[in-house]
Design a protein around this ligand. Structure first.
Ligand code: SER
Length: 314
């Protein structure tokens, strides 16, 4: 059943595909895209759009009242690499936007929230392999600190005020419709563009830096499956571990070479290497599989083929 829904940060990497997916699944008129700037024609032309700053409570409230919004997806955030350069701006955006939607739900103006967390909630002390749902976290990045704080506040608002907020810890997301911006896992998207345009890629992470990753179609499906569950099924109100595959830059390069044999990879690690080194290599997502039957579909080979094919046609 369709419910009036607002997507904050709809022009970003996840927001674009989430908006398009929700519009094609439900009535497009009821899926309101919003962002601080305009996005791609497919997004702007396919349904309602509002210019909206996610840190402005009154502006969000106006849109919510106008469209009688019931559900909000808060996809506006500053990612890990940019956040290291602008710590206070990152903290203000990532936290104030979250408080805005949590408080709107607390006041009964909306009934359900999706807010993304990240593998960045984990830190250098966290077990790196098959990182459990509950473990030592101690994030060491500005972005990770904001996401961990956000998780604590989501759980608090759920327990204290009954707010129906749901979340997953996304791994690095690989997509072809919209580029990511300012993340540490962005290399795994840039590489496909450069492979097709130049036949080579100079990677900002070192060759053996293994990180958890996911193809966007799986990430969107996970998000929708979690949001469609009855509230009782959602036993984790901080954020669910979510996984599909893990690979290093050299493994991704090998996978691309199977499709483009002449593809060349070089390595020039920069400040993002330290961020990547603080994150897990692989994630245990048993809880998501138990609570809402999560099952990934895309492995590295399928992701590589889908990325190259879709980018060639776009
Ligand atoms: N992909 C994000 C980043 O690299 C992690 O959530 O910042």
């Amino acid at each position: 059943m369709s419910k009036p829904t607002l997507i904050l940060g709809a022009c970003g990497q996840i927001g674009t595909e989430l908006t398009l997916a929700l519009r094609s699944a439900y009535s497009a008129e009821e899926i309101i895209a919003s962002d601080i700037r305009e996005g791609k024609p497919a997004l702007m032309d396919g349904g309602p759009f509002e210019l909206l700053d996610a840190t402005n409570y009154e502006a969000i409230e106006d849109v919510i009242m106008h469209y009688e919004i019931e559900e909000v997806y808060l996809m506006a955030a500053m990612l890990s690499a940019t956040a290291e350069k602008f710590p206070m701006r990152a903290w203000n955006l990532n936290m104030n936007a979250l408080f805005n939607v949590l408080n709107l739900a607390k006041e009964g103006k909306i009934s359900k929230i999706f807010w993304p967390s990240s593998i960045a909630v984990f830190g250098p002390d966290t077990p790196k392999l098959h990182t459990p749902q509950q473990t030592i976290m101690n994030p060491s990045t500005v972005y990770g600190i904001s996401k961990q704080s956000g998780e604590r506040w989501c759980e608090y608002y759920h327990k204290k005020f009954g707010v129906d907020v749901r979340s997953v810890r996304y791994p690095g997301l690989i997509s072809w419709k919209t580029l990511p911006g300012g993340g540490t896992t962005d290399y795994a998207v840039e590489i496909f563009h450069d492979a097709l345009e130049k036949g080579s890629y100079d990677c900002f992470l070192s060759e053996n830096t293994q990180l958890p990753m996911m193809y966007m179609d799986d990430a969107i499906r996970a998000t929708r499956e979690l949001m469609e569950r009855t509230p009782e099924d959602v036993t984790v109100r901080s954020s669910y571990n979510l996984a599909s595959m893990s690979f290093s830059p050299s493994e991704l390069a090998e996978s691309i070479q199977k499709e483009i044999p002449d593809f060349k990879m070089s390595y020039a690690p920069d400040f993002r290497q330290a961020i990547a080194d603080s994150w897990p290599k692989s994630i245990d997502d048993t809880k998501a599989r138990e609570d809402w039957d999560w099952q990934p579909e895309f492995d590295l080979k399928a992701t590589t083929k889908a990325m190259l094919q879709n980018l060639k046609q776009s």
